[in-house]
Structures are given as structure tokens and as C-alpha cells.
Design a protein around this ligand. Structure first.
Ligand code: NDP
Ligand code: MG
Ligand code: MG
Length: 332
């Protein structure tokens, strides 16, 4: 059984007694920095020269310094810059500013799990990873709620690293919803697998294949869009509220029957075998190595895939239809 921790299990005064540097002010960075500040924590934001996030952080009342200055001032350093550049930021700005007993924090275990960052033995290495996008993390915090987090300790130099991680999680509202204890390995591998096989990769490939099947058979793209993409949200909302059972309770008996007999014809044993292969490539570091190489090469394939999907009829059709639904927020 997973170990769960709530507000009463966490002592906010631990993180309130430390100096925190949040490096990066994007999706996660802004949520962590603002919520920690609102929780009475001493926070500074570390951003590179010319960062497009700087003005926003300052406008929101935070003190912005360079990543190296932030790391030097602080004794808890949370790295929330994009994963592929974390090792570079660590080498250039963090490494030489680590002191005995400092804590290095991450929101995702990628660089530690695959060895791109190798911290010295005299610092704590912790993870607090909210299981939701940063903008929701901040909004839930402001509403007195929280996004569930997972927390892990890779290296416990002080013997108190997990208490510190829980305290940090409390500062961003995580313990209001629940914090699950994990390891860097479990978090990194499951996170990469989930986003690739199910959440992002799996879901978009399923939607695209369904849409193309209908359009190629001569049906109107607008109808295909509603059927294969728009309605997915309504189905997923039901699953989120009450699992597969609630979704099946709500749809028609015909839809439920089709679910049982057709689902396994679309997602087959072969698909599952491929998922196992995908997981294997995550576990043995192949995915991480290839992604870092793509990033260092200037993202040629990434940009090619992005462009091809942006021009897909699914996207161009959806763009027009969403304009007519004022309640659907289409801000990128
Ligand atoms: P974003 O891309 O949203 O933000 C990155 C931030 O880092 C920006 O403020 C960017 O500034 C800044 N930055 C870029 N280069 C540097 C640099 N050299 N020095 C200092 N700051 C820099 O990142 P995310 O919030 O998506 O991801 C951060 C971490 O959180 C990752 O480890 C990710 O895996 C993890 N995570 C993200 C989730 C999410 O909701 N997105 C969910 C859970 C975990 P500028 O604007 O100028 O480029
Ligand atoms: Mg992820
Ligand atoms: Mg229908």
C-alpha cells in the first residue's frame, strides 16, 4: 500500500526556516514560488539574463536574481527549468554554490534517474512533483485546495530530507490533497510511460486515427471532430469522477456493449506488447538518450512533428468549431 501524507503529517515551520531558490518561472516555477511565498517562506527566483519570465515574476512581487546568485543565497534549491537544460544550469550555476546540508529539489526525477546530474554526497536530494499542470497547482492553492503531489528522497545527507520534502509540499498546498511517497526511479519511469503511452501519445494517436477513419470514409470532418475529440472530455470527466464504472453507468447500453466488444479490437495484445517495449526503452535509458540528443541537435524532428500535426485537418477543423463555443477556452 502506498504511504500517504496530509497536512497534519507535515511541519510547515521546517521550510519556513530555510531560504528557498526556485530556478525557473514557468508552469511549475511560478506556482511553487508564489505559493511558498504565500505560505511565509523566504523565496527568491533564479532566472537567466534576458528571461521572458522575469518581468512577470517581479510584477507578482518576487525578487529575481541570477540562478547562481539564487543558489548561493539559498539552502534549498528547487530546479524548475526545462528538463533537457537542467544539467547545464546545474553545472554552471548550482554545483559550486552547494554547501554542506543544503537541499537540491526537483519537480521530476529525469536528470537524477538517468545520471545527467550527479550531486555531491553532502546535500539532500529530494523531489516534490505535483501531479497536475503548474497553473492548476497555483489556482488550487489560492482556492484553499491543493493538487496531489508525490515526494521522494534520493539522498538523505541530513537524515531529515523527507520531513523537509513534506514541509515543502505543504507550502504549495500538496498535503491538502495528499502526498504519496515514491522514489526518483518510480516517479521518472511511470511519468514518462504515462505521458507517452496513455495521456499524450496514446490519447492523441487514438483521437487522430478515429478522426481519420471517419473522414476517409466520407463523413464530414466537423462531425468526426465532435465524435472523436470533443466528446472525449465528457467521457474522461466521468472516468475521473467515478472510474470506468461511472462512465459506463452514464453512457447508453449500446455504447457500453460497444466498449466491451470493440475496445480490445482497437487496443490489442500487440498494442500492449508495444507498450512493454516502450517501458523497456524508458527503463534502459534509450528514450532519455535519444531525447537529449534531439534537444542538443536543435529539435529538428520535434519541430517537424509539431508542424505536421498543427496542419492536420483535425486541428484546423477544431479551431473553427471552437470559435463558436464561447465556453471552450482556446488560449494556448
Ligand atoms: P517551463 O518550460 O514552463 O518553464 C521553464 C522556466 O525556466 C521558464 O521560466 C524559463 O524562462 C526558465 N529558464 C529557461 N532557461 C533557464 C536558465 N538557463 N536559467 C534559469 N531559468 C531558465 O517548465 P515546466 O514548469 O513545465 O517544467 C519545470 C520542471 O517541472 C520540469 O522538471 C518538469 O518535468 C516538471 N514538471 C512540470 C509539470 C508541468 O505542469 N509543466 C508537471 C510536473 C512536473 P523563459 O521563459 O525565459 O524561457
Ligand atoms: Mg512528465
Ligand atoms: Mg455517440
Amino acid at each position: 500500500m502506498a504511504e500517504l501524507f496530509y497536512d497534519d503529517d507535515a511541519d510547515l515551520s521546517i521550510i519556513q526556516g530555510r531560504k528557498v531558490a526556485v530556478l525557473g518561472y514557468g508552469s511549475q516555477g511560478h506556482a511553487h514560488a508564489l505559493s511558498l511565498r504565500d505560505s511565509g517562506v523566504d523565496v527568491r527566483v533564479g532566472l537567466h539574463e534576458g528571461s521572458s519570465s522575469k518581468a512577470k515574476a517581479e510584477e507578482q512581487g518576487l525578487r529575481v536574481v541570477t540562478p547562481a546568485e539564487a543558489a548561493a543565497e539559498a539552502d534549498v534549491i528547487m530546479i524548475l527549468v526545462p528538463d533537457p537544460i537542467q544539467a547545464e544550469v546545474y553545472e554552471q550555476s548550482v554545483k559550486d554554490n552547494l554547501k554542506d546540508g543544503d537541499a537540491l529539489f526537483f519537480g521530476h526525477g529525469f536528470n537524477i534517474r538517468f545520471g545527467f546530474i550527479q550531486p555531491p554526497a553532502n546535500v539532500d536530494v529530494c523531489m516534490v512533483a505535483p501531479k497536475g499542470p503548474g497553473h492548476l497547482v497555483r489556482r488550487q492553492f489560492e482556492e484553499g485546495r491543493g493538487v496531489p503531489c508525490i515526494a521522494a528522497v534520493e539522498q538523505d545527507a541530513t537524515g531529515k530530507a523527507f520531513e523537509l520534502a513534506l514541509s515543502y509540499a505543504k507550502g504549495i498546498g500538496g498535503t491538502r490533497a495528499g502526498v504519496i511517497k515514491t522514489t526518483f526511479t518510480e516517479e521518472t519511469e511511470t511519468d514518462l510511460f504515462g505521458e507517452q503511452a496513455v495521456l499524450c501519445g496514446g490519447a492523441s494517436a487514438l483521437v487522430k486515427a478515429g478522426f481519420e477513419t471517419l473522414v476517409e470514409a466520407g463523413y464530414q470532418p466537423e462531425i468526426a471532430y465532435f465524435e472523436c475529440l470533443h466528446e472525449l472530455k465528457l467521457i474522461v470527466d466521468l472516468m475521473y469522477e467515478g472510474g470506468l464504472s461511472k462512465m459506463r453507468w452514464s453512457v447508453s447500453e449500446t455504447a457500453e456493449w460497444g466498449d466491451y466488444v470493440t475496445g480490445p479490437r482497437v487496443i490489442t495484445d500487440q498494442t500492449k506488447a508495444e507498450m512493454k517495449k516502450v517501458l523497456g526503452e524508458i527503463q534502459d535509458g534509450t528514450f532519455a538518450k535519444n531525447w537529449m540528443a534531439e534537444y542538443k541537435a536543435g529539435l529538428p524532428k520535434y519541430n517537424e512533428y509539431k508542424k505536421a500535426d498543427a496542419d492536420h485537418t483535425l486541428e484546423t477543423t477544431g479551431k473553427e468549431l471552437r470559435k463558436l463555443m464561447s465556453w471552450v477556452d482556446d488560449e494556448a
